[in-house]
Design a protein around this ligand. Structure first.
Ligand SMILES: Cc1cn([C@H]2C[C@H](O)[C@@H](COP(=O)(O)OP(=O)(O)OP(=O)(O)O)O2)c(=O)[nH]c1=O
Length: 201
């Protein structure tokens, strides 16, 4: 079942997880991947500002091509103490990230921005989920890093995949950890009039 599209919707993301979550939520959309350099953003920023800025940059980079659509951009990071963890560049960094997350709580921040070129309306929302990992042995960390699953994921793990075995507790939105907080996204799309659950008479 799909929701009723009032307007065209573009997802400015190459993340297979975001695509799946949008399909799961019954939203009709097209994909146009945002080609932006994420390394230009200062990792010393507060996590909510960091993800907010990146989600907006991704959405705006794609929205210019679609005057008649709402474009969605998103960004996810893991924050531990005051450090932002992005995606590990290889095995060694994946091991370092997982070791840092072992036996403690961390925050996962995802922000999404919904915009269009002709509107003043730009919605940016961020959601924070707290996740606690179990105490990990070196063997577990190395074994998981060897699966390569950590490589394209913030913080070096995927809660929706093999990485589920790492997670002892979660407080807050699960889909937010996977890459898109579906509950808040649907609310925002409804608020903007982009989707509806009921045909207008
Ligand atoms: C923590 C966590 C992150 N992730 C993923 C979601 C995102 O795809 C990725 C964070 O990277 P992002 O830079 O947010 O997104 P992306 O580069 O994959 O895609 P795009 O910029 O085109 O939208 O980490 C999981 O899949 N599972 C998890 O448990």
């Amino acid at each position: 079942m799909k929701t009723i599209n009032k307007e065209n919707i573009i997802l400015a993301s190459g993340s297979p997880r975001r695509k799946e979550l949008m399909i799961q939520a019954g939203i009709d959309f097209k994909i146009h991947v945002a080609d932006i350099d994420e390394s230009k953003v200062d990792p010393g920023m507060a996590p909510e500002n960091y993800v907010g800025l990146l989600s907006k940059t991704k959405a705006q980079a794609v929205a210019v091509n679609y005057p008649d659509a709402w474009t969605i951009g998103a960004d996810t990071i893991v924050a531990v103490d005051d450090t932002i963890l992005g995606k590990p560049t290889g095995h060694r960094q994946a091991v370092a990230m997982l070791s840092r997350l072992s036996n403690r709580e961390h925050n996962v921040f995802t922000a999404f921005t919904i915009t269009r070129p002709d509107a003043d309306d730009v919605v940016t929302r961020f959601v924070n989920t707290r996740v606690r990992f179990k105490a990990l042995s070196n063997d577990e960390i190395n074994w998981y890093a060897d699966t390569k699953e950590p490589y394209d994921k913030a913080g070096g793990y995927g809660i929706q995949g093999i990485g589920a075995f790492l997670v002892k507790e979660i407080s807050g939105s699960y889909t937010n950890v996977v890459g898109l907080p579906v509950c808040e996204l649907i609310d925002a799309l409804m608020y903007l009039g982009a989707i509806s659950f009921k045909e207008e008479k």
